[in-house]
Design a protein around this ligand. Structure first.
Ligand SMILES: [Fe+2]
Length: 249
């Protein structure tokens, strides 16, 4: 008997249509607790004592998971999903913990705009990302915000302007990230979730962070995977008519 694939046909169709897919309860408590422990150790603080929270630290830039193979990007459950989607052609990229410290005095607002990744400094084209939380995130609790279906708008933009895929759109006078999203002001959704739930997101999906107006820190891990050809210039500049050309689904 062959090993069951992690995603069923309905989930794959949902991901392709909407550009994201929520998966419940992917990681067990042992995995989550090991991640919490190593991140609090890196922060030199603890959950129970807000006086120890390093509120100036949000993204743990250059964070090295301990041990390295414990990174979300290498997790066997994630790799099984990524391998299914790619047919084995996507390779681990980067990803760090992102913390949003609570600010319960603030009033929560849905961000009116977002961005697509790959253009933070240098151009890092990737195929898919995933985000998980180490503590439950309720509405207003610093959720990741995503715009369902916006990957289609970004795909249309790049088909029209293929040379812009290297990030040169950032130089255009009056540029707005809203060119990658049909409904920035109305379409955002909060990824409210339990610890250990995962959202998969297509690289072209518009997303953003949001304020944490809860009483508890929001710890998120994200990871991004590249196509194995991601260093080849011809691949980097190719905008396939079929968005799924380099996928197995
Ligand atoms: Fe982002």
């Amino acid at each position: 008997m062959s090993h069951a694939q992690p995603l069923n046909a309905q989930q794959i169709a949902y991901f392709k249509l909407n550009g994201y897919l929520v998966l419940k309860n992917v990681f067990d408590e042992g995995t989550l607790e090991a991640w919490r422990r190593q991140i609090w150790r890196a922060l030199d603080g603890c959950l129970e004592d807000p006086a120890t929270w390093p509120r100036e630290t949000s993204g743990l830039d250059g964070y090295d998971y301990d041990p390295p193979e414990s990174a979300l990007v290498h997790h066997p459950q994630m790799m099984a999903i990524i391998d299914q989607l790619s047919g084995g052609t996507f390779v681990a990229g980067d990803g760090i913990p992102i913390i949003r410290w609570p600010d319960p005095g603030k009033s929560w607002e849905m961000p009116q705009t977002g961005h697509i990744d790959a253009y933070g400094g240098r151009w890092l084209p990737f195929m898919i990302g995933a985000t998980t939380y180490l503590y439950d995130v309720e509405p207003g609790g610093g959720a990741l915000i995503y715009w369902p279906g916006s990957h289609h708008a970004a795909h249309r933009y790049f088909l029209e302007h293929p040379s812009h895929v290297d990030g040169s759109f950032l130089e255009i006078e009056g540029f707005s990230w809203d060119v990658f999203c049909d409904n920035p002001a109305t379409g955002g959704q909060e990824f409210t979730a339990k610890a250990g739930d995962v959202v998969l997101w297509h690289a072209y999906l518009t997303h953003n962070g949001s304020e944490n107006t809860s009483h508890s820190p929001r710890f998120a891990l994200f990871a991004r995977w590249n196509h194995e050809k991601h260093l080849e210039q011809s691949f980097r500049y190719e905008i396939p008519e079929d968005l799924w050309k380099y996928w197995a689904v």
